[in-house]
Design a protein around this ligand. Sequence first.
Ligand code: COA
Length: 165
Amino acid sequence: MKWTLFGWLWPLDVVVDPLEDAHARSMADLHAHSFVRPWTDGEFHDMLTQPTTFGFVVRELTWGKARILGFVLARGVAGEAEILTITVAPDWQGHGLGRKLMDAVLSKAHRDRIESVFLEVDETNRPALALYRRLGFFQVGGRPDYYRDPSGRKTAALVMRRDLR
Ligand SMILES: CC(C)(COP(=O)(O)OP(=O)(O)OC[C@H]1O[C@@H](n2cnc3c(N)ncnc32)[C@H](O)[C@@H]1OP(=O)(O)O)[C@@H](O)C(=O)NCCC(=O)NCCS
């Protein structure tokens, strides 16, 4: 829960729901805030219509508004799942929404009898690494010089895994 200027009167409430195709546009807008090479709404639409993809959206529910604050998108195949992307709106980062999204996706993966969840993360992404390690992900591999930031600096991708069974 995030507390606003009027938080002592009105804390903002959030709700986590399954992703739907109708979220593709908002997902693309949010993604563009956080990634050097953002995915388009068309790409999200294509991913959301595949039977193997699933995910969750977190929305602010205040005074009838339903702004999308973040989402996580995953794919599950043959007992394994991969986190394709996760992002939270910049002004909402650090307020527990990433944790809520990851809890939702890990719970669904567990219900679907998925045994292991994988993801890739930039070695310099401290918030994401903190989140994943807190949830029990551990490094199982790496890809040197996998990412390139806007200044041209190359960084490694860490491959992480969380076992569910
Ligand atoms: C990574 C991201 C999804 C995390 O979501 P979030 O809502 O900010 O994270 P939470 O508030 O749920 O915090 C989860 C953990 O990360 C830690 N954390 C959050 N922000 C942090 C920061 N700036 N530095 C260090 N740790 C941080 C929190 O302390 C918390 O750890 P704790 O449970 O031990 O206290 C979010 O920061 C984001 O959208 N980043 C941009 C996109 C991105 O990098 N996606 C990941 C690609 S792999």
